[in-house]
Design a protein around this ligand. Structure first.
Ligand SMILES: NC(=O)c1ccc[n+]([C@@H]2O[C@H](COP(=O)([O-])OP(=O)(O)OC[C@H]3O[C@@H](n4cnc5c(N)ncnc54)[C@H](O)[C@@H]3O)[C@@H](O)[C@H]2O)c1
Ligand SMILES: O=C(O)C[C@H](O)C(=O)O
Length: 331
């Protein structure tokens, strides 16, 4: 599927924080299957010994170890090259991602503080919501510790492009009667990871849509997370699709760190793309390289409809980022 890292020697150490959760478990499974990984540290407040024992029987190179509770956090992080953070509570119906801030901001801040101390050179992949705020929190924590490198911090927005491919392929198949493989449909998605901050650039796909289709697809991509939250009816949000998206991003990063060229993934990073609008973090396509972020791609041309969407991204994203920065800098 996406483990083109197959030909690499297993030499990357990965730690997953929140590894026993809804995302954590399938993400740990998919990460264990990645042959480029040598050590897989699974940290959570609960259940990691069992998850680790179970996964450790799979016959791939990664050595799996479980770490449970704050006393074992430093040991989980020791030697990590890549730290993935899905720790935090998910939404219930009726909640926005920002409603998770009060709980998740503190969780992410404390995990980031430990990472800044124990593995300051690791690449940090933030899944915990609200991503638009949790990524700035990690940046501030690393700055305070004097170890911030913006090339190594990523908000994982892969699920937005995974959804966009799926939804656009479905709509095109329906409209044309010709079966389209979703993985062949590439949609650039920019902005952030919540509601109106998610901006799919359908005009750049090279496909034709009616304005009605554009309206429906844009809305579905922006609010795809809500479909899952509603269907799970109180039992959480996307976990399995997120695990696939997170494992894909992790694999891409590892391939790039190992020298593979032209590895491009969308992600939410410290970015000059919307600096003119006063926005410090922004999601767009990024070429990954040996240091992490290599080249941040510009947005490219937007049509008039997308320009109006962009106007809506700016104030919301600015507010979300500011909230994270202020929280991280509270005493
Ligand atoms: N970025 C994205 O695209 C995306 C997609 C889906 C979900 N999410 C977010 O990911 C987060 C996790 O979702 P989930 O469905 O796995 O939730 P979950 O409740 O199933 O799992 C969360 C796990 O985090 C653990 N945890 C809580 N506090 C912790 C701490 N201090 N240290 C270590 N572990 C801790 C819990 O014990 C639990 O096992 C949520 O915030 C959700 O909104 C993001
Ligand atoms: O919708 C959510 O709350 C989880 C996640 O951000 C998603 O996009 O599925």
């Amino acid at each position: 599927m996406f483990f083109s890292a197959r030909l690499l020697a297993a030499k990357t150490n990965v730690a997953i924080l929140g590894a026993a959760g809804g995302i954590g478990q399938p993400l740990s499974l998919l990460t264990k299957l990645n042959p480029a990984i040598s050590n897989l540290a699974l940290y959570d407040l609960v259940n990691t010994p069992g998850v680790a024992a179970d996964l450790s029987h799979i016959n791939t190179p990664a050595k799996v170890k479980g770490y449970k509770g704050p006393d074992e956090l430093d040991a989980a992080l020791k030697g990590a090259d890549v730290v993935i953070i899905p720790a935090g509570v998910p939404r219930k119906p009726g909640m926005s991602r920002d409603d998770l801030f009060n709980t998740n901001a503190g969780i992410v801040k404390s995990l980031a503080s430990a990472a800044a101390r124990v593995c300051p050179d690791a690449h940090l992949l933030v899944i915990a919501n609200p991503v638009n705020s949790t990524v700035p929190i990690v940046a501030e924590v690393f700055k305070k510790a004097g170890v911030y490198n913006p090339k190594r911090l990523f908000g994982v927005t892969t699920l937005d492009v995974v959804r966009a491919s799926t939804f656009v392929a479905e709509a095109q198949t329906q409209a044309t009667g010709k079966a389209i493989d979703p993985s062949d449909v590439k949609v650039t998605v920019i902005g952030g990871h919540s509601g109106v901050t998610i901006l799919p650039i359908l005009s750049q796909t090279g496909l034709s849509f009616s304005q009605e289709e554009v309206d429906a697809l844009t809305h579905r991509i922006q609010f795809g997370g809500d479909e899952v939250v509603k269907a799970k009816d109180g039992a959480g949000s996307a976990t399995l699709s997120m695990a696939q998206a997170g494992a894909r991003f992790t694999d891409s990063l590892i391939r790039a760190l190992n020298g593979e060229k032209n590895v491009v993934e969308p992600c939410f990073v410290e970015s000059p793309v919307a600096a003119e609008q006063g926005i410090k973090f922004f999601a767009s396509n990024v070429t990954l390289g040996k240091e992490g972020v290599d080249t941040i791609h510009p947005i490219g041309k937007l049509n008039a409809f997308e320009e109006t969407l962009f106007e809506k991204v700016i104030p919301e994203l600015k507010k979300n980022i500011q909230k994270g920065v202020e929280f991280a800098n509270q005493a």
